[in-house]
Design a protein around this ligand. Structure first.
Ligand SMILES: Cc1cc2nc3c(=O)[nH]c(=O)nc-3n(C[C@H](O)[C@H](O)[C@H](O)COP(=O)(O)OP(=O)(O)OC[C@H]3O[C@@H](n4cnc5c(N)ncnc54)[C@H](O)[C@@H]3O)c2cc1C
Length: 523
């Protein structure tokens, strides 16, 4: 098979789908290739903080300004993906007031709305805060649903003629003199290989940027930094809680629907694949965040996960938190003599639209096309949907039918509708799109219902129990680091359900796991 397009976009995270939408709205044809599902990379592995810019106000004013400006735009074009919670930067006695003063001055300079609250006012807003706090500064932070944001961009792009190929990996670039004329791709579900010709190639692969550039004999100075996060089984605060001090491990708690996300760490990595959360990171996150919210010490956790930040810099050793969180747009025509290759990496989820705009502007400039960006004006599909938990609960009780997932209130009809489309290639595709198995039981009490449906429809190739085992092994990776107390008891119950009722026989451990070095196999 041979495909031809004007612009080939590699990477289906927020940046890639944002570019796909931007180009489609300008009438420029594109094909987006993603090796997993949408949001497989950092776009599905972050805190979901809807930045006001406060976290960068002191250390990186340019990144803070970008966040602030995009915060205002996204509230208009994607209100259904955002919960407007506000955020508090709290000062604890060990920090004193020095950093708070710098923080307030920097917010003023950058243009971030801020209100200084007394200890008592802060405690009245958020009773779970450490009562010994000195004060708090309120800023317009919020929380954002990255999966809905990315899917919304992809859906709108496709509605305007863009094409997307998921579970398809770019394996090589076809280079002819000073141009990349196309790429070779492999469909990871069917094994089929084909080539795609394109006039322009955009590398939007985030932390994988150098893997793609290597295919053209190029590289950029980029550091990889792992950040780990923990999810609690209940929502601890209404607002985002930040520690008012220079950036450090365990200084943020972001509410997200019915749970809270604790973050994060910063650990330099050489490799991208197979990164996990270590016991040390779990202890560090609990120790540091519980200084802001003491109840965290007693809280039950439902999952640990990690994402990789691509940080652009010369590769000297240094403090990764000091590297700019702004983005890098690289025209390889100017830098390396490959005229039609562009890399866009770094930045934040919140600045994805701006990154897409600048990249699309560069493509238009190279094409000699004069069409302006309109993504800051046109709402995403679903923008008029009711938002907020209360509203969603109301809708659920009005339209209530057979429920598959009780934690996330996923109804059978939603899954049935999705199964009618021909886009699903993997179980995770269903979970990403419905949030089934994403709630507090992490699929323990609901995934067998989905498997029952898929089995009846003969949509699972081979033995359904083998596929169920694979799901449980994947789930185990996120649960293993947080197993103690009540979470351990629940896991024992879930294990007895799957082994007892479904008769799942455990997979024998690999030699590495037997030596006690691996992630461990459970089911
Ligand atoms: C720990 C952590 C916490 C964060 N917290 C926040 C936050 O709270 N708020 C915020 O605004 N931002 C946050 N960020 C930043 C944000 O997640 C990223 O800036 C954003 O998601 C980057 O999107 P992207 O599309 O550029 O990259 P990605 O989402 O990583 O997408 C790159 C895609 O390229 C694909 N790919 C790679 N190689 C190939 C190939 N050969 N062929 C095909 N596809 C390929 C990958 O599968 C991946 O899906 C955080 C990041 C991390 C790591």
């Amino acid at each position: 098979m041979k495909l031809r397009t004007e612009v080939l976009i590699i990477g289906g995270g927020a940046t890639g789908t944002g570019i796909s939408r931007d180009l489609a709205l300008r009438g420029i044809p594109s094909v987006l290739i993603e090796k997993g599902d949408f949001s497989t990379g950092a776009s599905g592995r972050n805190h979901g903080l809807f930045h006001s810019g406060g976290r960068y106000a002191v250390s990186d004013p340019e990144a803070a300004r970008e966040c602030m400006a995009e915060n205002k735009i996204l509230r208009k074009i994607a209100p259904h993906c955002i919960e407007e919670t506000d955020g508090l930067f709290i000062s604890l006695p060990e920090e004193g007031f020095d950093y708070r003063e710098r923080f307030l001055r920097s917010c003023e300079k950058v243009g971030i709305q801020n209100t200084l609250l007394s200890r008592d006012d802060a405690l009245e807003l958020e009773p779970e805060l450490n009562p010994s706090l000195l004060s708090a500064v309120k800023v317009p932070d919020g929380s954002i649903d990255p999966f809905a944001l990315v899917l919304g961009n992809a859906q709108d792009a496709e509605g305007h003629g863009a094409k997307t190929l998921l579970h398809t990996e770019i394996t090589s670039l076809i280079i002819n003199g000073d141009k990349v004329t196309g790429a070779r791709a492999r469909d990871l579900t069917q094994g089929e290989e084909y080539s795609i010709e394109a006039s322009y190639i955009i590398n939007a692969t985030g932390a994988w940027a150098n893997q793609i550039l290597k295919l053209a004999g190029l590289r950029i100075g980029m550091t990889l930094s792992k950040g780990s996060m923990l999810i609690t089984n209940r929502r601890l605060t209404h607002r985002v809680i930040n520690r008012c001090r220079p950036p450090f491990d365990g200084d943020i708690v972001v509410p997200n629907h019915t749970v809270s996300i604790l973050g994060t760490t910063s650990i330099r990595l050489e490799e991208i694949e197979n990164f996990g959360v270590t016991p040390h990171e779990v202890s560090l996150l609990i120790q540091e965040t519980s200084k802001m919210i003491p109840a965290i010490q007693e809280t039950r956790f439902i999952r640990a996960y990690a994402g990789i930040r691509p940080l652009f810099q010369s590769e000297e050793k240094g403090e990764d938190r000091a590297i700019s969180r702004g983005f890098v747009l690289m025209d390889h025509g100017k830098n390396d003599g490959i005229k039609n290759l562009i890399t866009i990496t770094g930045g934040k989820l919140v600045t994805y639209r701006l990154m897409a705009e600048k990249t699309s502007d560069l493509v238009c400039q190279k094409m000699g096309v004069n069409v302006s960006c309109s993504t800051h004006l046109k709402p995403l599909p679903g923008a008029n949907r009711p938002t907020g938990l209360t509203e969603q609960l109301k809708q659920f009780s009005i339209n209530r039918e057979e429920t598959l997932c009780d934690c996330e209130l996923v109804q059978r009809k939603e899954v049935d509708e999705l199964l009618k489309t021909d886009k699903l290639k993997d179980l995770q595709d269903i979970l990403h799109r419905t949030r089934l198995a994403k709630g507090t039981c992490q699929g323990g009490f609901c995934i067998h219902r989905l498997f029952g449906i898929l089995h009846d429809l003969r949509m699972i190739e081979g033995d359904s129990n083998e596929a169920l085992k694979q799901f449980l092994e994947e789930r185990w990776k996120g649960i293993r680091p947080i197993l103690w107390g009540a979470a351990l008891k629940e896991e024992e119950l879930i294990e007895s359900i799957y082994k007892g009722i479904f008769n799942l026989i455990p997979t024998p451990p690999s030699p590495l796991e037997e030596e006690g070095e691996g992630g461990g196999s459970r089911h």
